[in-house]
Design a protein around this ligand. Structure first.
Ligand SMILES: Cc1cc2nc3c(=O)[nH]c(=O)nc-3n(C[C@H](O)[C@H](O)[C@H](O)COP(=O)(O)OP(=O)(O)OC[C@H]3O[C@@H](n4cnc5c(N)ncnc54)[C@H](O)[C@@H]3O)c2cc1C
Length: 329
């Protein structure tokens, strides 16, 4: 039976959100292949995360526990994953397009004599030959291509916020212990220090208020900040996003950028202020649950994907909106 294997990642003892999304992808692909999906977890202690994975419905959770797998040491993780793949022999292996996925993916493909497609924004199964169709941006994001590569396992790294995590239920999956054959002599690069950067985690926000070139100047973001504050009284985590033009103009830092070359997000509410809706922007926010667009141009693309559209100068509508929110809170 075809097996779609997910490389799970663990953050602070729990399954990372991107892993849950990969489980959603794995479940869909496995169902299209009439097969099953499983997850492999690596680390010094993975039992908690393994139990957490079961309700998402994998047929198996492979536990690769070893004291040397504490922290990410590429050579040891690679050797362990290679051994697991040779034993499990999955048809497809999916990894997050994360630091770990990007480190392991190419090397694993080389060791297993297979081919990897990185940074996929969609995955499906070719109904004719059952091969994995891998969709990804190419030519610096100016085009989107679909690839198909023979050879097993079919390997892909996948962007976050593309797939939804599956519903949980009474999982009947089996936990399989595997013992990696690794030792310290395999370590070639050691990490001396981990520096945590202060970054804007846009993908964790419940509501994102984004500004584009239509703001006209940097000060426009001050008004968006006021709107953000008013919204945060009723809507959880509210953050500021932006289009690439706003970044290029130097109005705001690039970690706020939404889109193909920025962050992919799917918040409960996305408010696009003075953003035209270029494809490179849309691809990063079109999965938002509700989209509200404020734009002076009735013909702009953003209105085509918006649930609610306001045709108005943002400097008129946003203060009125803030006043109303203050009244209601
Ligand atoms: C390889 C590549 C990658 C890219 N990646 C990204 C990406 O990740 N993210 C991204 O955003 N872009 C990206 N871009 C750029 C993208 O193509 C667009 O140029 C950009 O998204 C446009 O930004 P904008 O909507 O803010 O500006 P514009 O397209 O200039 O739109 C401004 C909008 O504001 C409206 N407006 C004007 N005045 C007002 C007002 N007073 N009140 C309300 N509305 C007003 C206008 O009607 C217009 O619709 C990429 C481009 C390339 C080539």
């Amino acid at each position: 039976m075809s097996e779609v294997l997910i490389l799970g990642e663990i953050k602070e003892g729990s399954l990372d959100l991107k892993t849950l999304e990969l489980l959603g992808a794995g479940k869909k692909l496995a169902s299209d292949l009439d097969g099953e999906f499983s997850v492999v977890l690596m680390g010094d202690t993975v039992s908690g995360a393994a139990d957490e994975a079961i309700p998402y419905g994998p047929a198996k959770v492979y536990k690769l526990e070893h004291p040397l797998l504490q922290g990410f040491k590429a050579e040891l993780w690679l050797a362990s994953l290679e051994q697991a793949c040779r034993e499990i022999n999955p048809e497809i292996l999916l990894m997050s397009h994360s630091f770990i996925g990007m480190e392991l993916g190419p090397r694993l493909a080389c060791r297993l004599n297979s081919r990897l497609t990185t940074d996929c924004i969609d995955l499906s199964i070719d109904s004719e030959d059952g091969l994995l169709l891998r969709t990804k941006p190419v030519s610096g994001g100016n085009a989107i291509s679909v690839f198909k590569c023979p050879g097993e396992p079919q390997l892909a790294t996948v962007r976050g916020k593309i797939f939804e995590s599956p519903e949980t239920a009474d999982g009947k999956g089996e936990i399989v212990e595997m013992v990696p054959q690794i030792d310290e002599s395999m370590i070639k690069v050691e990490s001396l220090e981990i520096v945590k950067e202060e970054i804007v985690a846009l993908d964790k926000a419940d509501v994102v208020v984004s500004g584009g070139a239509g703001l006209g100047e940097e000060d426009g973001f001050e008004l968006l900040e006021e709107l953000t504050e008013a919204l945060s009284k009723s809507f959880g985590t509210v953050m500021i996003g932006c289009s690439r033009v706003a970044v290029d103009k130097g109005w705001i830092s690039s970690d706020h950028q939404v889109g193909l070359t920025g962050t992919m997000i799917s918040p409960d509410i996305y408010v696009a202020v003075g953003i035209s809706g270029a494809i490179q922007h849309l691809v990063g926010m079109v999965h938002s649950k509700k989209i509200i667009a404020i734009n002076t141009d009735t013909g702009c693309n953003m209105f085509k994907v918006a649930d609610y559209g306001v045709v108005e100068d943002y400097e008129e509508i946003i203060p009125a909106l803030i006043e109303k929110l203050e009244e209601l809170s």
